[in-house]
Ligand binder design. Structure first.
Ligand code: ZN
Length: 250
C-alpha cells in the first residue's frame, strides 16, 4: 500500500491521506470492510448509524453529512448547513464547519479540494465522463467562488482505477479527443487493437495544474481499485458496492 495512505482498523475500515491528516482536515475513504454502508436509495440516507460510529473516529459527524445524486457531470451543489441530499451534482461544496461532504465511487476519482485559509471545501466525483465535461476545473472554480486561491488549495485523489487496469475504446477516446485536442494523447498508451489504457490520474493532475493548483499540493497515492479488489470496490471488477470519500471543514 502507498505510504501516502494511512489505514484505520484491522482490516482497515477506512483510509486517510497522510498530508491532509497532518494539516488537520477530518476526512476518510471507506474500504469494502467499512460497516454500515447503506444503498444510496435507503430512506435514511447512504450511511447507517454503524457507519456513523466508525467514521466518527475520523472526526466526521454523519448526522450532518451531505451527498448528491451523482450523474457523471460537472454541476456543483452547495451543501445545506444540516447536510442531506443536495440534489443532482458531481461536485459538492461548503464553507460550513463540520458538515461532511460525501462522494461515492467504484473506480472513478473522488477528489478532495481544500483551502484552509479561505475555509472552503469541495469534493468531486470524476470519471472519464466527468473529465470530458470539465468536472475537475469546475470544482476548482467553485472553490474560488467561495474565496479560495488556487495556489493555496490542497487536493487529494482517492483510490481509483489506474492506467494498469483502465482499458477504454470509443466513445471514451472520441470524448477526450474533442474536449482536449492535442492533449489527451499524453494520457493514454496503446492496448489491444482499438483500445487504449487511460491514465485518469495524470489527466486530472494536469487539469488541476492548468487550473492553478500547485503540483506539490496534489496528493495522489496512486492506489488502483481494480488491482486492490481485496480492499476496495471496483466497477470494472463487477463489484456492486461503493466506496465513500468524505471530508468536513475543521
Ligand atoms: Zn490496476
Amino acid at each position: 500500500m502507498s505510504p501516502g495512505l494511512r489505514p484505520h482498523g484491522e482490516p482497515p475500515a477506512y483510509f486517510t491521506f497522510a498530508g491532509l491528516e497532518a494539516l488537520g482536515l477530518p476526512h476518510a475513504t471507506t474500504t469494502r470492510r467499512c460497516p454500515g454502508m447503506a444503498p444510496f436509495s435507503a430512506p435514511a440516507g447512504p450511511f447507517t448509524p454503524e457507519a456513523g460510529r466508525t467514521l466518527a473516529q475520523a472526526g466526521l459527524d454523519l448526522s450532518r453529512v451531505a451527498y448528491a445524486r451523482q450523474v457523471h457531470g460537472a454541476e456543483v451543489a452547495r451543501a445545506a448547513p444540516g447536510g442531506g441530499l443536495a440534489g443532482q451534482a458531481d461536485i459538492l461544496v461548503t464553507a460550513e464547519r463540520a458538515v461532511p461532504l460525501a462522494i461515492f465511487t467504484a473506480d472513478c476519482l473522488a477528489m478532495t479540494l481544500w483551502d484552509a485559509d479561505a475555509r472552503a471545501l469541495a469534493l468531486a466525483h470524476v470519471g472519464w465522463r466527468g473529465t470530458v465535461r470539465g468536472a475537475t476545473q469546475a470544482a476548482v472554480a467553485a472553490l474560488v467562488g467561495l474565496g479560495a486561491r488556487p495556489e493555496r488549495v490542497r487536493v487529494a485523489i482517492a483510490p481509483s482505477i489506474g492506467p494498469c487496469c483502465y482499458e477504454v475504446d470509443e466513445p471514451v477516446t472520441s470524448g477526450l479527443a474533442s474536449a482536449y485536442p492535442r492533449r489527451w494523447e499524453r494520457w493514454v498508451v496503446p492496448a489491444r487493437p482499438g483500445h487504449v489504457m487511460l491514465d485518469l490520474w495524470t489527466a486530472n493532475e494536469e487539469l488541476l495544474r492548468g487550473a492553478g493548483i500547485d503540483p506539490a499540493n496534489i496528493e495522489n497515492p496512486r492506489v488502483c481499485t481494480a488491482c486492490r479488489g481485496d480492499l476496495f470496490y471496483s466497477y470494472r471488477k463487477g463489484h456492486r458496492g461503493r466506496l465513500a470519500t468524505l471530508a468536513a471543514l475543521p
